[in-house]
Design a binder for this molecule. Structure first.
Ligand code: DAH
Length: 347
């Protein structure tokens, strides 16, 4: 009996080694382990006819061999299964197929304008500075020489916030209505020479229409040193306008008034939409106002502790939405904030 079993063992091993496909392994399985005519079953059936002292041992050996053959069969099967999977996945990888288009998004047009302007001023060695959007009255008004009764301080021109409990420091809290606040914050920290621009959001309770929004972006500029003149202001702003709009842009300085600059000017550029001929954007004048600017008022220098006899400086403030609208011929400021991808994806 034991001899017969080891013959079967060797034969099964050989048969399995020869099998070249899953079907052939299945055939070997039926041959040895099949319920009806499997070799092992035939042996088991013959056990009762053995002499009684051999039966128990033969039964055990036959079972052991059955399990052994079962394990070998599963091992061979798994070899064919993996190679079947590989042969299924390989042909489906078509390297000539066109790639899948992925949309990654891009910077908002307002951010693009800010980045472009930052690039222009960096070349002129201006630092980029930032200040808080939640400000104190002191930075938004007092330190900028804006008197207590100035209309821009009224509730309908500035968003005031509730004050935290405790003593009120630096006046009431508010949402800054101009980025000029950053001039003060920088001058408090640094000594001249100063060359900086400060981009950021500002807030005003304006009624929203095609040209006004309650939040928009400004870029403030400041240069302070010994001997800075109005000529430097004109030079820097002309260079800026030509870099941003192109060489043939024309500029016009009109006398104006801002509490923190003396003298002050408002600066127009020739309308980039109609090239100065007159259109609805420039109210048919051929000119559009883009900037406020001037020489820093000595009172501002005194407030931050600079020697107004020694230093002079210029400051300017520009509206980012307005500049973007002029460059691309956009006639409604609301388009920037509605999040409509049909508009935004054009930039
Ligand atoms: N802060 C002014 C505004 O929001 C703009 C401005 C005007 C800034 C003149 C300046 C300046 O620095 O010199 O209307």
């Amino acid at each position: 009996m034991q001899e017969r079993l080891s013959e079967i063992q060797n034969q099964a091993k050989e048969d399995l080694a020869k099998a070249e496909s899953l079907e052939e392994v299945e055939r070997v399985k039926t041959k040895y382990l099949g319920r009806k005519a499997g070799v092992i079953n035939e042996i088991v059936k013959a056990i009762p006819s053995l002499p009684p002292e051999q039966r128990a041992n033969s039964g055990k050996s036959a079972n052991k061999l059955k399990q052994e053959i079962g394990t070998w069969i599963e091992e061979r099967k798994s070899e064919f299964n993996t190679s079947a999977e590989v042969s299924l996945t390989l042909p489906s990888l078509d390297v000539s197929q066109p790639g899948e288009h992925k949309s990654y998004g891009h910077r908002h047009p307002i951010v693009q304008t800010i980045d472009e302007i930052k690039g222009i001023f960096k070349k002129l060695c201006f630092d980029i500075e930032y200040g808080p959007e939640v400000e104190h009255e002191y930075y938004n008004f007092d330190a900028l020489n804006i008197p207590a009764d100035h209309p821009s301080r009224e509730d309908f021109d500035t968003f005031y916030l509730g004050n935290p409990p405790g003593p009120i420091r630096a006046g009431k809290r508010l949402l800054r209505s101009q980025t000029s606040t950053v001039q003060i914050r920088v001058m408090e920290k640094k000594k001249p020479p100063i060359r900086m621009i400060a981009p950021g959001k500002v807030f005003r309770p304006d009624t929203v229409d095609a040209r006004h929004a309650s939040m928009f972006h400004q870029i403030e500029g400041l240069m302070v040193d010994e001997g800075v003149s109005f000529g430097d202001l004109k030079y820097v702003l002309t260079l800026f306008a030509q870099s941003y709009f192109g060489q043939d842009i024309k500029m016009r300085f009109r006398p104006s008034f801002f509490p923190f600059t003396e003298p002050s000017a408002e600066i127009d550029i020739s309308c980039s939409i109609c090239k100065g001929k007159g259109c609805s954007v420039c109210s048919h004048s051929g000119w559009v106002e883009v900037l406020g600017a001037g020489m820093v008022d000595p009172n501002v220098f005194e407030t931050v502790g600079y020697d107004a006899e020694k230093y002079t400086g210029f400051a300017f403030g520009l509206g980012v939405e307005r500049l973007t609208m002029l460059k691309y011929g956009i006639d409604n400021i609301r388009l920037f904030f509605e999040n409509d991808l049909r508009f935004l994806s054009q930039f």
